[in-house]
Design a protein around this ligand. Structure first.
Ligand code: ARG
Length: 572
């Protein structure tokens, strides 16, 4: 039911062009009064050796009968200068779109573009023993939404939480814990306590230079498998994960793999050996690097002079492991923009190693989260803790519910879905590369372009269905002539019709905000329709037709919210 595609396939033979060629020429008029699909003829002038307005007039004559013959729902064809403007038959389009949505329900918009191919998605990936930052929040919600979108496009997403669970900082942490820590304090409040120890280590190290050596020594022990070091490391990791899991649970996010950096400890030989065999490793001031100067990049550091491997080495090992293990068709890394160079280097090294699949690896960067227009800094203690943000959002929603809808059943669950949804949506409605300003007030504005606004619209649609005694589809869908007349209904219908394209574009651009903006449009258009058209007061056939449109809108709002990672309560 892609009317542009269908049109292109019918017009292509008339012009002796391919469907794809015609599809590229088609436009959507900015002003809906100019029709639903426009066909500008400028580009045909050269080959046809005629003036565009002449081409438009002749072509319009020819395609009229062709479209009629094929049963294409065209109401009118107008020639305006070099343009052919096509008006779709609103009644039959409405019927077809509504029927498709209501028959397919949440499967509406599913596409088999991916043919089951696996896509690994590296997301969230916080660092053990440190607070979950806003950057990690962005990675989590953007990555999760991209995974949902790819799943809808027929791929099999593999969500990997590549935990930052290895590095010299663990040696320092062990030293600090043994000197100033206690088991109780860590158990009670793991992340703040581990962070306190880490900060204390650095403060003390300014005075006492031997601390750094002790830290290095403990990290060496950890690497060599010393039992005490291993146990402490494992414990820090477990306690941190317990905390992170609370957040993931609130956000309803699950991972397919928690293999973090440490998982690759025994898999580092392979990239080094292969690089050596392929003659790609060169000495640079005692270190071993891959030269990338022909690509205008600094060399990629593989091994330091003391033999230690690096972040990049680990990502190379991880890529090789993942290709073996999953045979991915794409590998996505949802990581902040600061790591741009790192990923360009890793992908370039893999390409130099001869791995064609490296072309299908993508770094998906995103902008920063600002507070009052300024960068948030971890050092100055200005971090906003995600945990607290989510709790605060849920509390605020609880207050609104207590005031506006005190009798609401399962108010607690609804408050959770709306509060958490507000935080997620605030992120995903913005193009991911833009910086976003943190503001709980904006997130929770029920009248703004927010998660709660969309969720509320969805609940409103459901309440309308309940009040109208809507029973779903029985037999064929009938739309009486006057039932869905007017620009308000048509705007909703065309948006519903466009949903599959929106998902496709979001996937192509790795950009959930395409869906975020769409769902705001749909909610706004629906609310306009609702304000202009009396749904419940009409005679039975008209009422049923309008309720069908309401039901179809509810399905798509809910599914779009699900793709973004938000719940859609039926009442709120
Ligand atoms: N833990 C890292 C950080 O917080 C992000 C890891 C991203 N994933 C990767 N495969 N390098 O900066």
């Amino acid at each position: 039911m892609d009317y542009r595609k269908q049109l292109a396939s019918l017009v292509a033979p008339v012009l002796e062009l391919t469907e794809a060629d015609v599809l590229r020429l088609l436009e959507t008029p900015k002003d809906p009064k100019m029709g639903d699909i426009a066909f500008p003829t400028f580009q045909l002038a050269k080959t046809l050796r005629k003036a565009p307005p002449v081409i438009a007039a002749e072509l319009a004559e020819k395609i009229g009968p062709v479209l009629k013959e094929a049963g294409y729902p065209v109401a009118e064809i107008q020639v305006v200068g070099a343009y052919i403007n096509l008006y779709l038959d609103q009644q039959s389009v409405a019927r077809d779109v509504i029927a498709a949505v209501l028959a397919q329900q949440e499967a509406y918009g599913n596409q088999n573009i991916g043919e089951g191919g696996k896509v690994t998605i590296d997301l969230s990936s916080p660092n053990i023993a440190k607070p979950f930052s806003m950057g990690h929040l962005r990675s989590t919600v953007i990555g999760n939404a991209i995974a949902n979108i790819f799943e809808k496009l027929g791929y099999q997403p593999i969500r990997i939480n590549h935990l930052g669970d290895w590095g010299t900082q663990f040696g320092k942490l062990i030293v600090a814990y043994k000197k100033w820590g206690s088991e109780e304090a860590v158990r009670e409040n793991p992340i703040p306590e581990l962070l306190r120890l880490y900060v204390k280590f650095h403060d003390e190290a300014k005075e006492d230079a031997s601390l750094e050596d002790q830290g290095r020594a403990w990290f060496k022990k950890l690497e060599d498998g010393d039992e005490e070091a291993q146990q402490l490391w494992q414990w820090f990791r477990d306690e941190s994960l317990k905390e992170f899991n609370k957040t993931y649970e609130l956000m309803n996010i699950r991972f397919d793999s928690l293999h973090g950096e440490a998982f690759y400890n025994d898999k580092m030989d392979r990239p080094i050996r292969e690089l050596q065999e392929k003659g790609l490793l060169v000495e640079d001031e005692g270190a071993q690097v891959v030269d990338l100067s022909e690509l205008d990049m600094p060399p990629c550091l593989i091994r330091k002079s003391d033999g230690a491997t690096l972040y990049a080495t680990r990502d190379l090992a991880a890529a090789l492991y993942r290709q073996d293990n999953y045979n991915f068709v794409k590998a996505l890394y949802v990581v902040g923009g600061e790591q741009r160079l790192h990923f360009r280097q890793v992908f370039a090294v893999l390409e130099k190693m001869g791995y064609q699949w490296a072309k299908e690896m993508h770094h998906i960067p995103f902008g920063m989260m600002l507070k009052d227009g300024k960068k948030m800094s971890t050092r100055k203690g200005k971090v906003i803790l995600l945990d607290e943000v989510l709790k605060q959002a849920i509390e605020d929603v609880q207050k609104v519910i207590a005031e506006k809808n005190p009798g609401l059943a399962n108010a607690e669950e609804v408050a959770k879905q709306v509060g958490v949804g507000a935080v997620i949506f605030h992120d995903l409605k913005n193009y991911r590369l833009n910086d976003i300003n943190f503001s709980l007030e904006d997130m929770l504005n029920f009248d703004g372009e927010t998660g709660p606004y969309v969720q509320y619209t969805h609940a409103r649609a459901n309440s309308l269905l309940r009040r109208g005694g809507y029973e779903g589809v029985n037999g064929e869908i009938v739309i009486p002539e006057a039932a869905l007349e007017g620009p308000e209904a048509w705007a909703v219908v065309t948006l519903l019709q466009n949903f599959p394209n929106v998902i496709k574009r979001a996937g192509e651009d790795f950009d959930p905000s395409v869906v975020g903006k769409y769902v705001i449009d749909l909610a706004q258009s629906f609310n306009k329709f609702y304000a202009h058209v009396r749904v419940l007061a009409e005679e039975e056939a008209v009422k049923t037709a309008r309720l069908h449109l309401v039901a179809a809108t509810a399905v798509v709002l809910r599914e779009a919210l699900r793709l973004l990672g938000l719940g859609a309560p039926k009442e709120m």
